[in-house]
Design a protein around this ligand. Structure first.
Ligand code: FE
Ligand code: FE
Ligand code: ZN
Length: 279
């Protein structure tokens, strides 16, 4: 049986190889990173020798796929044209940059429709993907399940399916399920994980589920607040989080911690979750 594939968000400020080394030092075999400053702005130049060194380190240490994260400021369905242009620029550039580390995942928040309505949001998001995705890209783009805060699109599986169905190269599209977001969004992964996965399968198809953001939730079920908590300290709890990592239909996916922690806290969560992973 394979190892649990687990890691956390790492800072990309010292480059790619440095993230790989940091991941190893905390017992991780995958990681997430922001493709550029989450506040937006110009992306740092990628040095090929650096990404090649990371690829070697990943191969030597049996890493799972990486789950890059788009900046939070990327809103593909903004009402403001300049914000949408920034989103298009970001997506296009990031897809090119991801090819330095081929065959990994690129996760993004579908967007907030800011009063234009869900339907318009879905149209703008799928349009943005159709303008930026290329037939020869090796990256799989992941839509993140959202908590439904404000006017967020993507808190219902139906909305994610609707986006996917309108994208031309949707063989390169998948979903990243965030445990805090779905629980906050009204999918009860605590008392009925199987039911939630069945619903996902019925609406989107479980073959689209490619990665998990593993977070506890600071707020009660269905609160639409999106506040992540450390593993075992929130309303989901350690027992139910380890049911997620051990679930037969999820256990082989990469799990990314986005809990409020420093590196030693992540190291501890990784070791606790590894000890609860059944072989
Ligand atoms: Fe996210
Ligand atoms: Fe997340
Ligand atoms: Zn969140």
């Amino acid at each position: 049986m394979n190892d649990l594939i687990i890691g956390c968000h790492l800072s990309s400020s010292d480059g790619f190889l440095s993230m790989g080394k940091t991941a190893l030092s905390i017992g991780a075999n995958t990681f997430a990173f922001f493709t550029r400053n989450p506040r937006g702005g110009k992306a740092k130049t990628i040095v090929k020798s650096d990404t090649d060194a990371l690829i070697r380190l990943m191969n030597e240490n049996n890493f799972g796929r990486l789950v890059a994260h788009a900046p939070y400021t990327l809103n593909a369905c903004a009402a403001e044209p300049r914000t949408r242009e920034f989103a298009l620029m970001c997506l296009g550039e990031d897809f090119e940059r991801m090819e330095y580390v081929p065959n990994n995942y690129y996760n993004f928040h579908p967007g907030s429709h800011v009063g234009q309505g869900i339907e318009k949001g879905i149209e703008l998001i799928s349009d943005a993907l159709n303008q930026t995705m290329r037939s020869d890209m090796t990256t799989t783009v992941l839509l993140e399940t959202m908590a439904g805060k404000g006017s967020e699109v993507g808190s219902r599986f139906e909305e994610l399916y609707e986006i996917i169905s309108r994208v031309k190269y949707n063989d390169k599209l998948g979903v990243c399920l965030d445990t805090c977001h779905v629980y906050d969004g009204g999918y009860d992964v605590v008392s009925d994980l199987d039911g939630v996965l069945n619903e996902f399968d019925k609406i989107i198809g479980l073959d689209r589920l490619k990665a998990i953001h593993l977070n506890d939730d600071m707020n009660p079920f269905g609160s639409h607040k999106d506040r992540h908590q450390r593993i075992g300290e929130g309303s989901i709890g350690l027992e139910h989080i380890s049911k997620v990592t051990n679930h037969p239909q999820l256990r082989a996916l990469p799990f990314i911690l986005e809990t409020p922690n420093e590196l030693d806290g992540y190291k501890n969560e990784i070791s606790v979750l590894r000890s609860l992973y059944k072989n």
